[in-house]
Design a protein around this ligand. Structure first.
Ligand code: KIV
Ligand code: ZN
Length: 511
């Protein structure tokens, strides 16, 4: 019989936790709305205790999103579980995901607990969570390096205490597919009560094996996969949703399974997460990379023209990939514009729609063709600004081969105008020096990249910058026909995110 594998999406928790992928509340709501369209079964919306911002984002998602189960992560401690329960209280369907580490190295060095104490905490956490919600998921962190018999003991006890899903994370991406599949098989045969719960797999990609391990888990009996869009996540990332879902779909003969994912929404979801996080996938990334469906070599092209299946095991259309087409022009009205945005997965109204429409008009006036990609870029730029603590009023740059570049920048903050002018090694350096000077702080720029959204000399330039503040990295993006204006906006976007974050205290989930 064909099984339906549940897809547990943790883009907004494990994905968002990774360097440079942090998102603000509006961005998270937009992604959650798209995840609902994509058809994921569970959305892990965040880690409620970690910050005020995380709590509020989970709460907002819980109020808005109706179909998927909304889940919050919680360490196996009472205050985490209470915060998780409060954050998801308004969700139509809710789940608390609580965890504690079970590997010898984590128990001894991180938790400083004996195995018996860990077991006791796990059971108490599940009981507390169960007193607040019906669905409780329990994870043995670093299960991949834990003693198997101990894992079986902990899982048996938490099931008795009320857990409805048990999750097996390969937290550090250590196991091979054979070993991981074998571990799941062992647990299926050794855990008391396992038939009455979902068995979940959660793999990291440190050795490039997250997808293979997750699918090995499915073959061994797992009924839920935890994953993220584009595989974003801690270090090398998590299992990529698009890879496991298309793996199950394409090799249905092997897995004898299906998912509830609406495959046509895959590409849209991938692009949205790339645009929002500024974390772009490499061209040869499976399923969603720019070259994933491109055939360069003559032999391949010839084969595909004669019979598509010679070199294509999947159809691009299945994941919603269609040729970028000319969508709108300068005579297009607001209604057509908002309809097009809906098709692209963006639900805008009120002020957001007005702002995006004004931006579109400006671009359409200067650029002959406005494509889907242009629109996605503009919309992401316009609506995900978050708190604009420092707002750009104007930027002017003088540069050239015979002059040292100089920038003049005017910003508003709290209704006041601040301005300044500095020179720099290049025009971008001059702009950033000026902003640092005006704000009176030297920001630590880690990364600056620029790419054109489409072909052509009149293409929009999309700039991504990353700045570091202590242990946190903030990504800013800006999209403009003028790449220097885009650079200014991207830098300010990152600074605004950083300043907003400084008002919150965040704790690391693994503490
Ligand atoms: O990788 C991991 O162990 C986790 C747990 C919190 C499930 O993300
Ligand atoms: Zn993880």
């Amino acid at each position: 019989m064909t099984r339906t594998i549940k897809i547990f999406d943790t883009t907004l928790r494990d994905g968002e936790q990774s360097p440079g992928c942090s998102m603000n509340k509006e961005e998270k709501l937009e992604v959650a709305t798209q995840l609902e369209k994509l058809g994921v079964d569970i959305i892990e919306a965040g880690f409620a205790i970690s910050s005020k911002g995380d709590f509020e984002s989970i709460e907002a998602i819980a109020r808005k999103i109706k179909k998927p189960v909304i889940c919050s992560l919680a360490r196996a401690v009472p205050k985490d579980i209470d915060a998780a329960a409060d954050a998801i209280a308004h969700a139509a369907r809710r789940r608390i995901h609580t965890f504690i580490a079970t590997s010898p190295i984590h128990m001894e060095h991180k938790l400083r607990m004996t195995p018996d104490q860990v077991l006791e905490n796990a059971v108490a956490a599940v009981k507390r969570a169960k007193s607040r919600v019906e669905e409780v998921e329990f994870s043995c962190e670093d299960a991949g390096r834990s003693d198997r018999a101990f894992l079986a003991r902990v899982f048996s006890e938490v099931i008795k205490a009320g857990a409805t899903t048990i999750n097996v994370p390969d937290t550090v991406g250590y196991l091979s597919p054979d070993e991981f599949g074998d571990l799941i098989r062992y647990l299926m045969n050794s855990v008391t009560g396992i038939d009455s719960v979902d068995v979940s797999v959660h793999c990291h990609d440190d050795l490039g094996l997250a997808t293979a391990n997750s699918l090995a888990g499915v073959l061994a009996g797992a009924s839920q996969i935890e994953c993220t869009i584009n595989g974003i996540g801690e270090r090398a990332g998590n299992t990529a949703l698009e890879e496991v879902v298309m793996g199950i779909h394409t090799r249905n003969d092997l897995y004898n399974a299906t998912t509830n994912i609406s495959l046509k929404e895959i590409m849209k979801s991938s692009r949205m997460v790339q645009n929002i996080t500024g974390s772009f996938v490499q061209p040869n990334k499976s399923i969603v990379g720019a070259n994933a469906f491109a055939h360069e070599s003559g032999i391949h092209q010839d084969g595909v023209l004669k019979a598509k299946r010679t070199y294509e095991i999947m159809d691009a259309e299945t994941i919603g990939l269609s040729e970028a087409k000319l969508v709108l022009g300068k005579h297009s009205g607001r209604h057509a514009f908002s309809q097009k945005l809906k098709e692209l997965g963006y639900e805008l109204d009120g002020d957001d729609l007005n702002k995006a429409f004004d931006r579109f008009k400006l671009v359409a006036d200067s650029k002959k063709e406005v494509s889907d990609k242009d629109l996605e870029s503009l919309v992401s730029d316009e609506i995900y600004q978050g708190d604009e603590i420092f707002r750009l009023k104007y930027v002017q740059i003088v540069a050239g081969n015979t002059t040292r570049p100089i920038a003049c920048v005017q910003l508003t903050v709290d209704g006041e105008t601040i301005e300044g002018s500095q020179t720099g090694a290049g025009p971008v350096d001059a702009i950033f020096q000026t902003i640092d000077h005006i704000i009176q702080e030297k920001f630590n720029l880690l990364d600056f990249s620029i790419h054109s959204v489409t072909g052509g000399t009149d293409a929009l330039g999309e700039v991504t910058v990353r700045i570091q503040d202590g242990g946190n990295i903030f990504t800013g993006r800006g999209s403009e026909l003028d790449v220097l204006v885009a650079s200014t906006k991207a830098y300010l976007h990152a600074i605004n995110k950083m300043v907003a974050n400084r008002n919150e205290t965040r704790v690391k989930p693994t503490l």
